[in-house]
Design a protein around this ligand. Structure first.
Ligand code: MEV
Length: 420
């Protein structure tokens, strides 16, 4: 159990001290953190086993979001992301939420959908009916293909048939994947039952593959923030609530804005998904298809006023695993789960969605108050200072100088470096 996710002044600590603090709070050996994360967490020889034609590895920064409390439990949340300010912004927003009691999360059972496309169907509605009538037999056949999962308490749970056209029906086999993301399991089920399903439907087998629109595997997170926690130097908390609610409305009315609103959410979610060795393309595909499920692309998170509080909620499908796949072989992914203190895929989904909601809160609060550039530029200045050749000791000073001079350019940073 993580002792705390609250570390005032964490960003001022050295890398070594941060590893010690996180190790101590989460019960993770700091030596394991160091060995898993040095050199990008993955050596080239191991990487060569993952994919084809390997030349090496490509590292990204690995940070931790702080202050994250979900369902009363503390979590230090690993985030892998190259964009400055996302980790700090999520931590800052999580701190505001924490003061209001933390995030409340609930996740559906980890049900994935195997799709079997059936072509050249003669009477599509009759075929769909027959498939559903044969559910028990199809489920048995599916379970036989995933005996290991069945022995761990998972397995096939339902059969649905959808008519797509006069001659095309799609059968859905619903599979409880427990703590696995489940792609391989579900694809195996689709292939194992396809011939029998086609015979029942008196049709030809088309594609057999999972759906990434795993809308039976949704997670819902909500939070509440007091007005005073949202106030800035220039704006009172109540005014900030109005601004955030208006920003939510803009996203609800306009797909152009909703796309950017959701991008800010995925900044947080993808970073957790990558840090835990999960498939972020699958998560992205599912999130955006879900956002468009009504026929119009909508925000995944919305904000409302309740008296002098701001209430936020997010809902999206999240197919995450805590066993199998990359997790088994990627040392950094394994250490991430240890730091998080989770083994349960539903709990992990709740944490990832909470970080998505925190990222969204940080973005809409910044947009509704100072604008996004002020905070971004300060952090961008550090990258520019590094690019100009500043050492670790010089970075903060050079960044501060170019921000002050309003000259956040490579030349500006070189001049500041010379002046030091
Ligand atoms: C930038 O990575 C994300 C934002 O554009 C999100 C938003 O506009 O809500 C700041």
């Amino acid at each position: 159990m993580t002792k705390t996710s609250r570390f005032p002044g964490f960003y001022n600590e050295t890398l070594a001290a941060r590893r010690l603090l996180v190790g101590d709070a989460t019960g993770t050996d700091p030596g394991d953190i160091t060995s898993a994360l040095e050199a990008g967490g993955l050596d080239a020889v191991t990487a060569d086993k993952f994919v084809e034609n390997v030349l090496g590895t490509y590292a990204l920064p690995y940070g931790v979001a702080l202050n994250v409390r979900v369902n009363g439990r503390e979590h230090v949340v690993p985030m892998v992301i190259e964009e400055p300010s996302v980790v700090a912004a999520a931590s800052n927003a999580a701190k505001m939420v924490r003061a209001g009691g933390g995030f409340i999360a609930e996740a559906d059972a980890p049900i994935m959908i195997a799709q079997i496309e059936l072509r050249d169907v003669k009477d599509a509605h009759a075929a769909a009916r027959r498939i559903e009538e044969h559910s028990a037999e199809i489920l048995k056949l599916a379970d036989a293909a995933i005996a290991g999962l069945v022995s761990r308490g998972g397995g096939a749970r339902g059969v649905e048939a959808r008519v797509l056209a006069d001659d095309i029906v799609v059968a859905h086999i619903l599979v409880d994947c427990k703590d696995a993301m489940g792609a391989n399991l579900v694809n195996g089920v689709a292939e194992a039952v396809a011939d029998r399903v086609a015979a029942i439907a008196e049709a030809r087998v088309g594609l057999r593959i999972l759906s990434n629109l795993c809308d039976k595997r949704c997670v819902r997170v909500r939070c509440e923030v007091d007005a005073e926690a949202l106030a800035t130097g220039e704006m009172g908390g109540s005014e900030v609530i109005d601004g955030i609610v208006a920003a939510s409305r803009f996203a609800e009315l306009d797909p152009y804005r909703a796309a950017t609103h959701n991008k800010g959410i995925m900044n947080g979610i993808d970073a957790v998904v990558i840090a835990t060795g999960n498939d972020w393309r699958a998560v992205e595909a599912g999130a955006h298809a879900f956002a468009a499920r009504t026929g119009r692309y909508m925000p995944l998170a919305v904000w409302r006023r309740a008296g002098d509080k701001l209430q936020g909620k997010i809902e999206l499908p999240l197919a995450l695993g805590t066993v199998g796949g990359t997790l088994r072989v990627h040392p950094a992914a394994r250490v991430s789960l240890r730091i998080l203190g989770v083994t349960d895929a539903q709990e992990l989904a709740g944490i990832a969605a909470a970080v998505g909601l925190a990222s969204n809160l940080a973005a809409v609060r910044a947009l509704a108050t100072d604008g996004i550039q002020r905070g971004h530029m300060g952090l961008h200045a550090r990258s520019v200072a590094l690019a100009a050749g500043a050492t670790a000791e010089q970075v903060e000073r050079v960044a501060a100088m170019i921000v002050e001079a309003r000259d956040i350019t490579l030349d500006g940073a070189k001049r500041a470096l010379n002046a030091l």
